[in-house]
Design a protein around this ligand. Sequence first.
Ligand SMILES: [Cu+2]
Length: 550
Amino acid sequence: MSRTRRSFLQQASAFGLAWSSRHSLAAQMMQHGAMAMPTEAGQAVAQPLPMMLHSLELAPFVDELPLPQRVAPGSHPLRVVMREIHAKVHRDVPPTRMWSYGDTPLAPLIEGRSGRAMRVEWVNSLPQKHFLPVDFSLHGCGRNLPEVRAVVHLHGAKAATKDDGYPEDWYAPGESRACHYALEQEAAMLWYHDHAMGLNRLNIYAGLAGMLVVRDEHEDALHLPSGTYEIPLTFYDRNFSADGQLFYPTSGDPEHPWVSEFAGDAILLNGKIRPYVDVEPRVYRLRVLNAANSRFFALSLSHGKPFQQIGTDQGLLSAPVQLTYLNLAPGERADLLVDFSDAAGQHLHLVHGALEVLQFRVAKKAGARPASRPAQQENDATSGSSRVPATLRTVARISESDAVRTRTIQLNDLLNGVGKSMIMLLNHKHWHEPVTERPRLNSTEIWEFVNLTEDTHPMHLHLVRFQVLDRREFDVFAYRNAKGLRYLAAAVAPEPNEMGWKDTVQCPPGMITRIITKFEGYTGKYLYHCHILEHESNDMMRPFEVVDEA
Ligand SMILES: [Cu+2]
């Protein structure tokens, strides 16, 4: 083993960086030794790994945290252009080729109002060739199709099926799609990202993700920190070659380059590796999104400083929940309040595992805004209060007796002879098989995810918001061997910070995770899938169809 690889592995394990839900890049590298890279002609050939960038060798906290441009659509549709850009992820790394929704790595933050419909024209101005290793053997990814395809899904939106970003509803470079979002839903942080069949693991890795915030009068009345004091934080991990270019691993098999999971060496926030942000000694609202392919973020503040979680995927909790640790799966969002008022003049850190990923530089006194962050006029009038409200919003629990049926969804991982994942399925069915879940409009159902794999899978349903009922350990061996369902323990209620509305739920191995939801809004074809992007592309994704009321 080379010195550099050994030191990378040592550092990675020391900082918990190699951790994901099961596999790690380090393990993949050990397994294969060589990677298959696409050539100009698109033919994959096995070749040695490029020299890799080791992010832990970079100076931390030298780049200021970028903040997204905030855009609010008016009477005209908003036009968002997907394009290839080159941008710096760190002061000491050469510009990186990436894709984005706009001119900067951090896509615009779209400001929406509940009940105020919005039109967005999504324009695909991407190149004709992909720069990451496409697996043409994946379903919906054949060589007969345009190599670059894109379709935008607004994750968490209650949208009509034609506007939802169905994976097969992609469009090629030079084409665009106008989408209508009614936003008939409560205040929440949604996010938009690519959902093109078989490609979105690479398209999102290239950079196609952004935030959309829905606000409403109820949230306004809470006077939560806003403007400068509300900081959007998009987390993801990436691998870079030594010359600063994005690197995505392959299996080593040129015909089937898909890998079952991804764990990157570098942790990025808002597009920068380990940045810093200037704050004042007061309460801030952090809107956190895990936009990683596979990585779960294990977040805490330095010295175990407590913070408050006030919202989940689909909006506000009933009351703040005090935490010192938060585990966020791909696709999940958290709405946090952090009080810096007792840390004037200090540096605090946001920590993932044992690694400090963001530095907060707390000013000596409030109002000491750094020159680099001039006040925005609108912010000063509406900066929100610096106190934490005691109650937030009524979250009525759905009664189990409202459910007209329970659907059982098995999570399957099919392994080859040496225990390597070949394909992931739901109820042993592939994406393209006929629809098996047909809930009626306005009916309530319980869905139970029976996890027969060794991973935690974050399961996401389009269209709906749901509540987590419980999780219960069961005998996987007996279940697999047709000996029926044997529970091994009592059901465990969700954590207090999971008691709000969700659209993505962590389903741990060896557990049955139950959710309850009402299928409201629209009839038509939607989908549910694991939000580990490597899993959903092969083939842990299934359609469901909301049908007319009886
Ligand atoms: Cu999964």
